[in-house]
Design a binder for this molecule. Structure first.
Ligand SMILES: NC(=O)c1ccc[n+]([C@@H]2O[C@H](COP(=O)([O-])OP(=O)(O)OC[C@H]3O[C@@H](n4cnc5c(N)ncnc54)[C@H](O)[C@@H]3O)[C@@H](O)[C@H]2O)c1
Ligand SMILES: N[C@H](CO)Cc1c[nH]c[nH+]1
Ligand SMILES: [Zn+2]
Length: 429
């Protein structure tokens, strides 16, 4: 773990995402699935997930999904339903419809907004199963009105064969009926290119580990993707007034996701830095996922000392973290100066897991510095737009000369004539 001046720390994202070996492995997997389809899919599932399947077993049956209800506790179902209601309500606000501006001569300009036809949603499930990511993926797609949703999730979690029943129940609650037991880069490749058992989709959304994130990047272009939502990240910007127990607990909440997750404190307070360091050591030992969290802290954790909150804001904007918590005396004063963060948690009671599970905003967020240009998963991700242009004769008469001038300036005589042919025999002035 790096502890020291922010100036000595590498703030910009790595130019190469993942190690060369991970990049090479993903290239190979994606190419093999594209070429060989189901055969490669099943081979990689046996290799990485230690599960042997036939093509007929890839799709989860409706009976399995419904049967999972008997395996989950009523309090889980109640919490899940409340989370689903909050997430749906938040995403309903993002909805927007087609629009048309019609002028008095009948000219109409507008935008037709339609849902994507078929999307693939990845739900992580290698080290831990994430029913919350089912809701975060599916509910915005439902709000957008996507008619076909195919979900993929690994066939084994934590070495235990079988899809976690909580994932199946979350999928049923969210209204998913097409689900495949396949994970990692091979799942992303299958959704992108299609196999005999998995029809191709138009867009792939959802979070995952480095293999999933790299595979999404590799198939972009054949399909659209939401963002690079890879291993989790948290940055806490805090001053002297912050409670070190809260800061450490929230950092660990993301460190425990993955050895590749990162947790960083940025503070002008040496006192807070020392207290958080001690808290991290104390609290990490009590976590069931202590090994993952320790490794994550050792490899990617940092406590960065800055000279002022102003410098702290610069550091935060350079890091462009997935999650930013602001625990300063007057956090609202700083919010307008934060330009790059997937989600911003404000004040001592907005602990990051509030957003992971319950508040309503999406927890599928850009990582590895991509918050500079990507947004949280949202309803727009599931919509596409077509421009609408209907010119009246009168409008064409009005604009023809301007269009022809610009066309001829670009050397495109055919463009100019396409407009002028409609004016033949007419008065143009
Ligand atoms: N950014 C976000 O919005 C967000 C949200 C939730 C979770 N996450 C992240 O999702 C990830 C979940 O990771 P996970 O591993 O538990 O589940 P996962 O489903 O993402 O990955 C598991 C799959 O990885 C593949 N895999 C594992 N080791 C491999 C290897 N050596 N070579 C090739 N493929 C391999 C396997 O096929 C396996 O099915 C974590 O990194 C977590 O931080 C991110
Ligand atoms: N923090 C993760 C996003 O990086 C989302 C999540 C799901 N479950 C718990 N946390
Ligand atoms: Zn989390």
């Amino acid at each position: 773990m790096y502890i020291g001046k922010a100036k000595g720390f590498r703030l910009e994202r790595e130019s190469e995402y993942g190690s060369p070996e991970q990049n090479e492995a993903v290239r190979e997997i994606v190419e093999a699935v594209r070429r060989e389809g189901d055969e490669a899919l099943l081979r990689y599932t046996a290799e990485f997930d230690k599960v042997s399947l036939t093509p007929g077993q890839l799709r989860v049956t409706e009976e399995e999904i419904q049967g999972a209800y008997a395996k989950v506790e009523p309090e889980f179902l109640a919490a899940l339903r409340q989370a689903a209601a909050n997430i749906t309500a938040f995403h309903e606000k993002q909805k927007r419809g087609s629009w048309m501006d019609v002028a008095s001569d009948g000219t109409m300009l507008g935008m037709a907004i339609r849902p994507l036809r078929r999307v693939g949603l990845y739900v992580p499930g290698g080290k831990a199963a994430y029913p919350s990511s089912v809701l975060m993926n599916v509910l915005p797609a439902k709000v957008a009105g996507v008619p076909e949703i195919a979900m993929a999730t690994p066939p084994a979690t934590g070495g235990r064969e079988g899809i976690d029943p909580y994932i199946l129940v979350a999928a049923a609650e969210a209204g998913v009926t097409e689900m495949y037991r396949v994970g990692g880069a091979q799942a992303v490749a299958a959704l992108a290119y299609g196999t005999a058992s998995i029809p191709a989709v138009d867009k792939i959304c959802g979070p995952g580990n480095i293999y999933v994130a790299l595979a999404k990047r590799a198939v972009y272009g054949a399909v659209d993707i939401d963002s690079i939502a890879g291993p989790s990240e948290i940055v806490v910007l805090a001053d002297d007034g912050a409670d070190p127990r809260y800061v450490a607990a929230d950092m660990l909440s993301q460190a425990e996701h993955d050895e590749m997750a990162s947790a960083v404190l940025v503070t002008p307070s040496q006192t807070l830095a020392s207290a958080v360091q001690a808290e991290l050591e104390r609290q990490v030992a009590a976590l069931p996922r202590v090994d993952i969290a320790r490794t994550s802290l050792e490899r990617h954790g940092a406590i960065l000392i800055v000279d002022s909150l102003d410098e702290g804001l610069d550091v935060v904007n350079k890091l462009a973290p997935e999650h930013l918590e602001v625990m300063t005396e007057e956090p609202m004063d700083l919010i307008g100066r934060i330009e790059t963060a997937g989600a911003i948690f404000i004040g001592p009671y907005s602990s990051e897991p509030v957003g992971d599970y319950f508040a309503g905003p999406n927890h599928i967020l850009p990582t590895n510095g991509t918050a500079r240009f990507s947004s949280p998963l949202n309803v727009d991700d599931f919509l596409k737009k077509s421009s609408l242009i209907r010119y009246s004769k009168q409008a064409l008469l009005r604009d023809a000369a301007g269009i022809a001038t610009l066309a001829r300036h670009e050397g495109l005589e055919g463009h100019a004539r396409a407009v002028e042919i409609r004016l033949e025999g007419r008065e143009t002035k």
